[in-house]
Design a protein around this ligand. Structure first.
Ligand SMILES: Cc1cc2nc3c(=O)[nH]c(=O)nc-3n(C[C@H](O)[C@H](O)[C@H](O)COP(=O)(O)OP(=O)(O)OC[C@H]3O[C@@H](n4cnc5c(N)ncnc54)[C@H](O)[C@@H]3O)c2cc1C
Length: 314
């Protein structure tokens, strides 16, 4: 059990956390990052990234995040492999404790704990994740030019992703477990008017099917829950669009969140409702959830933390 003091404690080691760390270290604030349960964040569970600027050819998500980690360490960020389990926001400095029994006293905090994509939970889904199964159409749609794909879900995200994917795919099949969509009416109208989209109602995916050498999705087994009939749907890509879970449980009752649990920050800012606590990346962004946006807000949070500390003469 150890006790640490820092001017800036960063919770999370995704693009937002590492970027905040790089900026804070280069401002001489000697930040500490507590990396959390997923070192490197969500990009470590995907394959090629083609839309993060600075890489003329695709880079593996895990490589990109290793680079960010190395860069952070090179400029002086201390990284601890641990998980924050408690925050006392009444005291100054703030007090945080971890799963390993360590404690931190921090003059400011940057929360960059992300929002995890929800998955169906099938074993075959996990097998093909990154090899045909994706949680992000904006990220991976481009890889499916001229191919047939499926989107699973019935809310705004699912409908939005289905429409977006018609820019690339030859056909998009939306699979929904009910007989009507939850998405906004205007989105539904656009969906039904799109000749490239077909909807399969009252149905769930029971298995993701494909080849193993190399790993590549070729289709889905889709079961109608009213008739129990199972059909084989031939697709090269399947986009799971059943929502995200913002990792903010720890801050419930302490920080202002929206109904889904995303931390609310002031307009054009990463400041939360508590002075000295900032939020960056997907944890405050129900809308875009992209690595470059997360990195950008990590930068903003760090610059704002620096200003806050200066106002305290720290
Ligand atoms: C399959 C997939 C593919 C994607 N592909 C792309 C792509 O091609 N391009 C793109 O721009 N975006 C892509 N994204 C989105 C991108 O991954 C996210 O927008 C980005 O990672 C968000 O960064 P973040 O730093 O906010 O959070 P995350 O990357 O989610 O990192 C959150 C961090 O918080 C830590 N943490 C959580 N709880 C705690 C705790 N209690 N204590 C300490 N630490 C904690 C975790 O360990 C993790 O390190 C993809 C997402 C997925 C799921």
């Amino acid at each position: 059990m150890a006790e640490y003091s820092t001017k800036v404690l960063i919770i999370g080691s995704g693009p937002a956390g590492y970027t905040a760390g790089i900026y804070a270290a280069r401002s001489g604030l000697n930040p500490i990052i507590v990396a959390g349960p997923q070192i490197g964040g969500q990009l470590t569970i995907t394959t090629e990234i083609e839309n993060f600027p600075g890489f003329p050819t695709p880079i593996y998500g895990s490589e990109l995040m290793n680079n960010m980690k190395q860069q952070a360490e090179n400029v002086g960020v201390t990284i601890h492999e641990d998980i924050i389990t408690e925050l006392d926001a009444q005291q100054r400095p703030f007090v945080l404790c971890t799963e390993n029994g360590n404690c931190y006293k921090a003059d400011s905090i940057i929360i960059a704990t992300g929002a995890s994509a929800r998955w169906l939970g099938l074993e075959s889904e996990a097998k093909f994740r990154g090899f045909g199964v994706s949680g992000c159409a904006t990220c991976d749609g481009f890889f499916y030019r001229g191919k047939e794909v499926a989107v699973i879900g019935g809310g705004n995200t699912a409908v939005d992703e289905a429409i977006y994917l018609t820019n690339f795919a030859s056909k998009v099949t939306l699979i929904h477990r009910r007989d009507s969509l939850r998405a906004d009416k205007t989105l539904q109208e656009r969906l039904f008017a799109n000749p490239k989209i077909e909807v399969i109602w009252d149905s769930v995916v029971t298995e993701f099917v494909g080849s193993y050498e190399p790993l590549s999705l070729t289709g889905l087994k889709v079961k109608n829950i009213k008739t129990d009939e199972i059909i084989n749907l031939s697709v090269s890509g399947a986009f799971i669009a059943i929502g995200h879970h913002p990792n903010s449980d720890l801050f419930k009752g302490i920080l202002e969140t929206d109904a889904e649990g995303y931390i609310i920050t002031k307009p054009n800012s990463c400041a939360t409702n508590i002075a000295g606590i900032f939020a960056a990346g997907d944890i405050k962004d129900p809308q875009f959830r992209q690595a470059i946006v997360a990195a950008g807000s990590g930068c903003i949070a760090s610059l704002e933390a620096e200003k806050y500390l200066a106002s305290l003469n720290k």
